[in-house]
Design a protein around this ligand. Structure first.
Ligand code: NAD
Length: 542
């Protein structure tokens, strides 16, 4: 043990990238550099680079002919090697003192905030089609925050100790890492989630197999290089990109699977949980299953809403990052009394949105991630075009000739259970239902009961009673509830993030509750004066 203490963290400040700033100059140079080459991305197991020859491309979604990299995909043999390498690393990592582990994560934070900042931002902008602002809050600030806040929360967790028994007894709780390995599986849409899923368990002394999403391997690879530079020992985090449907089934039934740290769609999470269930008798220990999944995030406006605040909430909530945030607003409930004015202001704002290349900083929107996402979103749009329940207020157009572009689309429906009010679309599509304000309580019930998800949602109102009504009626409808703010943009340490119902296990990424899932406590009672006679006083002769 050393006397090292993790300092109290502060959120990494968002840099502006305004014309003339040094960060803008450095970012532009890095974008040029990354675009100017085609790199090869290996699998990294036990610190060694492995090339299987079975490669896939990393492309630019807004210019899909441009190839940034080719990545090697893991198969059965690489999964086996990764499990072995993780098992080997477990022997020393699981007994490495917390302070030593924490120092590596703080170093990651320092690298992500400084030297690696623009590599993470530029690779995120290019491979995930994010504006500089969307990249900065994700691949810079949130990444840095996870690396600085998790060690601080882990330190707090370690201070939880049981009550003292009367002397001569001493009680302690030891926060042991799990016995086995953790399978971290990340989605395409946030570099920061890729940063958090493998590192939160490893901070707690666990070893990890990390499978990033195939459509966002490019920034994930740079993260892996950053972990290595910060000093994460070989085998503690093993980088195994590849198709989920191939990698998952090779990893999940393994007897040493001790945990799953997943973020992605509800369907994939449920299929993984099912596989674990089917194999439950074969595990050395019950796997901890932590998953944050889909959403159908809502905005319910009250008659008293500030109209400009409501419009901004709708535009930013629904269309930033092309609606590809799990928290993105995708269903809105607007009272008929304010609808005519909202409609006019909203349409004017949406029409002013510019969409295109991430390197044109005047663009607010870029492309959706890939062809599969494009097709799935377009299916919903085409379905609505055919339906008598739906009318288009904005957008509805799409074009895949250069990049996967879909216009910011707004559907008005008279059916509150219309398909696009209930299902996750994961694209720039907002559906609006206009309601009679006399039915405020009924509307709150409807919002609560419309979808299987419960991730994020917001109420927009200047009336305290209405805010309280919504807050109470929607207690279980969202794990992150916003009042007079858009339902996106949770910040580590400030709004711990996660949803319930079909949206996940709600273990709140970047918090003490999440970290607690990656340790298995051992309670130790030490008796300094143990009894030396089995007889109790009541047994004595009178
Ligand atoms: P996805 O479910 O398609 O993929 C997620 C990851 O799972 C990828 O790495 C994928 O390769 C992998 N995968 C797929 N099948 C697998 C299998 N059988 N075994 C193991 N791994 C498998 O999700 P996506 O398209 O990358 O991301 C979008 C989804 O993620 C949306 O539903 C969104 O709501 C959700 N999401 C949720 C949160 C949250 O915090 N709740 C955050 C971001 C994204």
């Amino acid at each position: 043990m050393t006397d090292f203490t993790v300092p109290k963290p502060e959120n990494d400040p968002i840099q502006s990238y305004a014309p003339g700033t040094p960060e803008r100059k450095e970012l532009k140079a890095t974008l040029d550099e990354l675009k100017g080459k085609e790199i090869e991305i290996p699998i990294i197991i036990g610190g060694k680079e492995i090339k299987t020859g079975n490669t896939q491309k990393c492309i630019i979604p807004h210019n899909h002919k441009h190839v940034l990299a080719h990545f090697h995909q893991a198969g059965e043999s690489e999964v086996k090697q990764a499990i072995e390498a993780a098992g080997e690393a477990w022997k020393s990592w699981s007994t490495t003192p917390f302070e030593e582990r924490a120092k590596i994560f703080l170093k990651m934070g320092e690298l992500a905030a400084g030297k690696w900042r623009q590599i993470l931002n530029a690779s995120t902008m290019l491979n995930m089609s994010k504006t500089v602002y969307q990249a900065e809050i994700d691949s810079a600030c949130e990444v840095v925050d996870f690396f600085n806040f998790n060690p601080y929360y882990a330190q707090e967790l370690n201070t939880f100790q049981p009550m003292h028994s009367p002397p001569p007894i001493k009680n302690t709780i030891e926060h042991r890492p799990l016995e086995g390995f953790v399978f971290a599986v990340s989605p395409f849409n946030f570099t920061s989630i890729g940063a958090n899923l493998p590192t939160a368990p490893s901070l707690m002394g666990n070893v990890v197999l990390w499978k990033p999403a195939s459509s966002a391997v490019f920034p994930a690879y740079y993260l892996m290089k950053l972990f290595q530079e910060a000093g994460i020992p070989d085998g503690v985090i093993n980088f195994i990109p590849g198709p989920g449907s191939k990698v998952g089934p090779n990893v999940l039934p393994n007897t040493d699977l001790a945990g799953i740290h997943f973020t992605g769609s509800t369907a994939v999470f449920q299929s993984m949980w099912k596989t674990v269930g089917e194999n439950i008798a074969g595990y050395a220990t019950y796997p901890r299953i932590v998953g944050e999944t889909g959403g159908k995030d809502f905005c319910v406006a009250h008659e008293s809403a500030d109209l400009d605040a409501l419009v901004t909430c709708m535009v930013r909530g629904a269309f930033e990052y092309q609606g590809q945030k799990c928290s993105a607003l995708s269903r809105a409930y607007i009272p008929s009394t304010i609808w005519p004015e909202i409609k006019e202001r909203y349409v004017a704002e949406v029409k002013s949105i510019k969409m295109g290349d991430v390197e044109d900083f005047t663009n607010f929107m870029n492309a959706v991630i890939d062809k599969a996402a494009f097709d799935s979103i377009v299916n919903y749009i085409d379905y609505a075009k055919e339906s008598s329940d739906a009318e288009f207020l904005t957008g509805g157009g799409y074009d895949t000739s250069v990049g996967y572009f879909i216009e910011p689309t707004t559907i008005i429906t008279t059916n509150p259970h219309f398909k696009t009010m209930e299902e996750e679309i994961f694209g720039p599509v907002l559906t609006i239902y206009v309601y009679d304000p006399n039915e405020w309580q009924e509307i709150l019930q409807l919002v609560d009961q419309t979808s299987i998800y419960a991730l994020t949602g917001c109420v927009v109102s200047q009336d305290r009673k209405a805010i309280d009504d919504a807050s109470q009626a929607l207690t279980h409808a969202a794990g992150n509830f916003y009042i007079n703010d858009k339902p996106t943009g949770a910040v580590v340490g400030q709004q711990p993030f996660g949803g319930s119902r079909a949206s996940g296990t709600n273990d709140k990424a970047g918090s003490i509750w999440n970290l607690a899932r990656w340790v298995s406590q051992r309670t130790i009672k030490e008796n300094f004066d143990p009894p030396k006679d089995y007889r109790y006083p009541f047994m004595a002769d009178e």
